[in-house]
Ligand binder design. Sequence first.
Ligand code: AMP
Ligand code: MG
Length: 471
Amino acid sequence: MQLEHSYAQLPDRFHAVAPPQAARAPKLLAWNAVLASELGLEWLGPQQAETAQIFSGGPLPEEFAPIALAYAGHQFGHFVPQLGDGRAVLIGEVTSSSGQRFDIQLKGSGRTPFSRGGDGRSWLGPVIREYLLSEAMHRLGVPTTRALAAVATGEEVYRDEPLPGGVFTRVASSHLRIGTFQFFAARKDTEALQTLTDYAIDRHYPEARDAPIPAAAFLTAVVARQARLVAHWMSIGFIHGVMNTDNTSIAGETLDYGPCAFMDEFHFDKVFSSIDQHGRYAYGNQPGIAQWNLARLAECLLMICDDQPAFEAALAEFPDRFQAHWLKLMGKKLGIADAASEDIALIHGWLEHLQNNHLDFTLSFRELADQLSTDGEARFGEFESVWRQRVLGQGVEPEVIAGAMNRVNPLYIPRNHRVEQAIASAVEGDFSMFEEMHAVLESPYVEQREFAHYAKAPQPSERVMQTFCGT
Ligand code: AMP
Ligand code: MG
């Protein structure tokens, strides 16, 4: 295997050696053959036993160099100077066919020097959740870490009860987080901060290297990626749930699928996470929180470059960048090819209509598109006539507009109640729903009649009110 270890080669205080623990009876549950082939790992696919062994903790062949990464983070606004990979190990890096470097990380393969009181393990629930959610996000065009493999360990993990254990293999552009910078800033280790910044620039934003103030150009680039990311989340009704700085990727990918969820009924204040008691990470707060997190990154960078106005200027770009992405995405969802600031009121009018009428976020966009092919009654109140005038004013056939809407508005999302059902059956040893759901979500925009139930909103009795963190 052609593995690289660029992060392991950084100074010792960046990481800790963390050999994963071999599972007793590993069984491969899922293998992402397409991703594997992009990463040059396709030859592993047919060798199921060996693949299950490697991606559940080994014993690992010699070319692997497993490490747990050091990081800190603001958790729900409170700073924790040391977190680190407590149940994850980076086993190596690979370069994809497109020339990009990716981390390969096992999640749930046992304790590391950063585990504190935890067992470093994962039960099957979080494994299945992250596999389904991250791959669905990818299919929806949202920047995200990916799923390479899911393995059942054949061992029990104790939560409130014994549960079957699993290991998830995550592929990420990197695992650099805002919290990684905070780890060194908290220790006033400016030498490490400089090394980390140089590494991050080389790996993700090489164009910043030659800018007049590289650290400020780097921050500007991270701001741009976060703005794009959160605009995507907002456009699909996704709530991350734990937007702590340790879960905020420098590369701008969705990172850590813990108590996250796609909304059914739309509400700006919607919160699912059982640990988010004050709604800090509610749907409507996400852009503001991203900007708050980026300010924490700016504070770290100020320790190696004291050009405060340059950092302030970089941070100040967030709202406009977010709005530009949001407007474009939301405009397309509503059938407006080139939405401009005059359309903001219309988009807000739509969201208010959804909220006031307790409508399903995802399905309402499809139903709105259907309205273009009927001369029947308006279904979406006063909004609908204003909207109709706007979209038909583009001078394009209604069917063409409806077609364009249906190409960006998914019919299938990983709905919470279905994810929970897939997890419950997996715990009983039945993985058919997990596999079926994964297959359906590979084509989120195309109607698959035999799988209509995956498109449906939950019945009141099926509704999931809370989601729990990934442990
Ligand atoms: P997360 O909820 O994934 O963002 O994790 C927050 C912190 O808790 C990270 O430092 C994790 O490594 C750590 N952590 C979560 N679950 C476990 C576990 N089962 N064992 C050890 N550490 C854990
Ligand atoms: Mg995390």
